[in-house]
Design a protein around this ligand. Structure first.
Ligand code: GLA
Length: 440
């Protein structure tokens, strides 16, 4: 209750006493298991956080969008919905809002005679930034809900999630569709088993008495240029793996690793890749180019968003991680549905080892947290989200998690961040509601 009044007050203060017409909420997410599978067309198992981005807004007829942030460190963002929407400098918060508006305005313009409405809005939120908990996608989702509301777009959450997975590519990261779907379709006390291409969501009850402790590694997982390049590099290696399988199995129509995993099984895919590459890991880019019969420019264009491919590619371990992770997500979905949290925990810990050793997205600070969690009684522990920093999670009963939190406060935060407020850095959570609009 208090939260909603705060943002409405902030709206009135910034817009000369005007009243907001509604508040949109879009939560962040924690991913229990299934990392870097979504863009390969393979499943994930996240849940929506109680932490969200909130936007208080009022429509206007002028087609102008005026966004203010409740925290003054974020500069105002003003743009027009008609025509193309040019992005701000990379890293600007406004680009996530623009990503949603640019895409949905184009969709709205397909109705003859339509002239999209704009809006004035104040944005705030309590999802830790740069922590891999999808604060950016939550901003995309919340802005999309506002735009859809003021333009009466009438899209279902599933349709909106599909659109926004594409829309977010505006910011330059080649992510999949997990974050937008988890935010839009999240539900209290339910994890989400999400499948892709086509997008499908099944709610899986999260048993009473259990929860997740999430702890910031204090290493930013911001979508900075460097992390973005690393992320897109992994996506590129997976695309190369799919291209090699297309040739090996003569299936030019299959775009993603997941298409092969679903029809042939993981073992056949890995055997074919190992044979094609002669077991080479890393594989020199030159030898992969030869196998694919393409030049470096073509590889850069098709798989690496125009940036030169690395001189050596780790196709085999990347594909092994993705294919085995998908099998772990299937097993984890079954375990959760059966209330078998012990098995879920074991699968999460194996997923972490794979993310560290095969996908190489961990960080020493994440290792320290995961090590502490496991030594102190977690049922399972892993990094969550894209990796390279951000949050680590532990699965357990409420009392075990409270004990873990005390240990982490003492041995991790007191040493490394004695002055930071602990509430921002770690919390115990259960699955919470998905995105919605509350009219005021
Ligand atoms: C980021 C992306 C997601 C997903 C994860 C890794 O959060 O936005 O689509 O790829 O990384 O699992």
């Amino acid at each position: 209750m208090r939260r909603r009044e705060d943002i409405r007050d902030a709206f009135a203060r910034r817009f000369g006493g005007r009243a907001a017409q509604a508040v949109a909420y879009a939560p962040g997410r924690i991913n229990l298991i299934g990392e870097h599978t979504d863009y390969n067309g393979l499943p994930v198992l996240p849940f929506a956080l109680p932490h969200s981005i909130r936007i208080a807004f009022a429509a206007n007829d002028a087609g102008a969008i005026e966004l203010r942030h409740a925290r003054d460190t974020f500069p105002p963002v003003v743009f027009d919905v008609s025509g193309t929407v040019p992005p701000d400098a990379p890293g600007s918060w406004g680009n996530y809002a623009k990503a949603a508006v640019e895409y949905l305005a184009r969709l709205a313009a397909e109705t003859p005679g339509a002239r999209p409405h704009g809006f004035a809005a104040v944005v705030d939120g309590d999802i830790p930034l740069a922590g891999g908990l999808s604060s950016s996608s939550a901003l995309v989702v919340a802005t999309a809900l506002v735009f859809a509301e003021v333009n009466a777009l009438g899209l279902t959450p599933l349709a909106l999630a599909s659109h926004l997975a594409v829309a977010e590519k505006y910011v330059g990261t080649q992510g999949g569709g997990m974050d937008q779907a988890a935010s839009l379709l999240g539900a209290r006390d339910k994890a989400l088993r999400i499948d892709f291409f086509p997008l499908g969501v099944t709610h899986v009850p999260f048993p009473e008495g259990y929860a997740v402790l999430a702890c910031h590694s204090l290493v930013k997982a911001a979508k900075t240029e460097e992390v973005r390049a690393q992320f897109n590099g992994r996506v590129g290696e997976c695309r190369v793996a799919a291209a090699l399988l297309r040739r090996a199995f003569d299936r030019p129509e299959a775009p993603r690793l997941g298409d092969f995993a679903k029809s042939l099984g993981a073992a056949a895919c890995l055997a074919a890749l190992t044979e094609t590459l002669g077991g080479r890991d890393p594989a020199p880019a030159g030898s992969v180019l030869e196998l694919l019969g393409m030049c470096e420019e073509e590889m850069a264009e098709r798989f690496f968003r125009g940036t030169p491919p690395p001189s050596e590619l780790r196709v085999l371990p990347r594909a092994r991680h993705v294919l085995e992770e998908a099998a772990r997500v299937d097993a984890a979905t079954r375990a959760l549905a059966a209330g078998d949290m012990r098995t879920l925990g074991v699968l999460m810990t194996s997923a972490h080892a794979s993310a560290r050793d095969l996908y190489e997205i961990s960080h020493p600070a994440l290792e320290e947290l995961v090590g502490l969690f496991l030594a102190e009684g977690a049922l399972g522990a892993r990094l969550t989200g894209a990796g390279f920093g951000g949050f680590a999670i532990a699965l357990g009963t409420q009392d075990v998690l409270e004990h873990l939190m005390a240990v982490v406060d003492e041995h991790f935060y007191r040493v490394r961040a004695p002055d930071r407020p602990l509430e921002e850095l770690r919390f115990i959570v259960r699955p919470s509601d998905g995105a919605h609009v509350v009219r005021v």
